[in-house]
Design a protein around this ligand. Sequence first.
Ligand SMILES: Nc1ncnc2c1ncn2[C@@H]1O[C@H](COP(=O)(O)OP(=O)(O)OP(=O)(O)O)[C@@H](O)[C@H]1O
Ligand SMILES: [Mg+2]
Length: 431
Amino acid sequence: MDPISRPAIVIDNGTGYTKMGFAGNVEPCFVQPTVVAVNDSFVNQPRSAVKNNNWLAQHSAGVMADLDFFIGDEGISRSRSSNAYNLSYPIKYGQVENWDAMERYWQQCIFNYLRCDPEDHYFLLTESPLTAPESREYTGEIMFETFNVPGLYIAVQPVLALAAGYTTSKCEMTGVVVDVGEGATHVVPVADGYVIGSSIRSIPLSGKDVTLFIQQLMRERGEHIPPEDSLDVARKVKESYCYTCSDIVKEYKKHDKEPAKYIKQWRGIKPKTGAPYTCDVGYERFLGPEIFFSPEIYSGELTSSLPEVIDKCIQSTPIDTRRALYKNIVLSGGSTMFKDFHRRLQRDVKKLVDARVLASDALGIGGIKAKPVEVNVVSHPIQRCAVWFGGSVLASTPEFFQACHTKAEYEEHGASICRTNPVFKGMYLYR
Ligand SMILES: Nc1ncnc2c1ncn2[C@@H]1O[C@H](COP(=O)(O)OP(=O)(O)OP(=O)(O)O)[C@@H](O)[C@H]1O
Ligand SMILES: [Mg+2]
């Protein structure tokens, strides 16, 4: 069967989680932590083998090291149960840092999870908006050389997220994508499917920071959580109990007035002894997500809040696109899932915009007043996997196969073809 008649494979590799599945589906088949557990005992083989020049032992150790590794949740549980496995996180801050681990990760995604032959499917992979062209070349090399894929497209994550919003709420392909994941936060303006590269903004605050902040708050409050478990507990507390408040002072008062209503109990089991324990979850419920709106509570070095960064981003785009961008601020990524996150963001961006309109009215000549600016933050049910879903939709259109780099092109021109991607019909995936 021709690969074009089979569904393309869509893999969105994030710093924290990889979403993988087949084009045309609404949800990825698997969402797994982007982590590889490698058995280092083969790599650090006994000296005696090397001393005696036992090449067979060395060779088989190398082969075993290549085979004995696990990814995702399985990798994490292997590393917990045996000291032989060491965890390696191939992606940091949205960029691939360990290509060897990344290749192993893809290998397992394809053969163990999706269980398909890569030679039979076109592939859509994703990348952060700040990825260097060299990185795309490496990706191309691995996909075409190691996996022998017939076709490849590397799409920009926020553009896919915008496409997801487009199909779910009939928005335009003009908007600002606010992608807040595990390791990176990007604010990316897109006009008619084109990324306005010079206006992309990033902030060094993401899901990982919320987790670390919650861990710190719970430690300072003296909650008795086993240290080896505290990061994991902080992440689970964040995902289950945190919400965005409208006013931090009022929220403190609410918690103090009715603690029984707001304080939650976390029940855990000590990993070493197996004994159960409980701890309280209090102010961190609203203080965690607050770092996006008042970053100074987390770090004195951070001065710009997420709403300010969004406003600055839009203000730096061409003047005739700004209104359309304010009207369609689309959320994407797991760390935008906090309850009422979109409401607070919309209110705070609107405040900044209204203040500017008022100031310009005060300076206005001849009493001409500026038209109010509509600010709309779009939240949708598949926000968590918006990038993957956008990829799934676009990779199921016939134009996708024409936009892909093919194996034949790769063989003729080399990996440099992956430096740029051709304009996708309707410019959806332009980079
Ligand atoms: N319900 C939830 N509420 C709050 N945070 C959540 C929720 N579910 C997941 N998260 C957080 O979202 C983050 C993962 O989001 P996502 O999968 O979009 O990131 P990623 O793609 O792996 O990372 P990046 O895009 O930064 O490279 C993690 O920090 C996770 O704890
Ligand atoms: Mg992501």
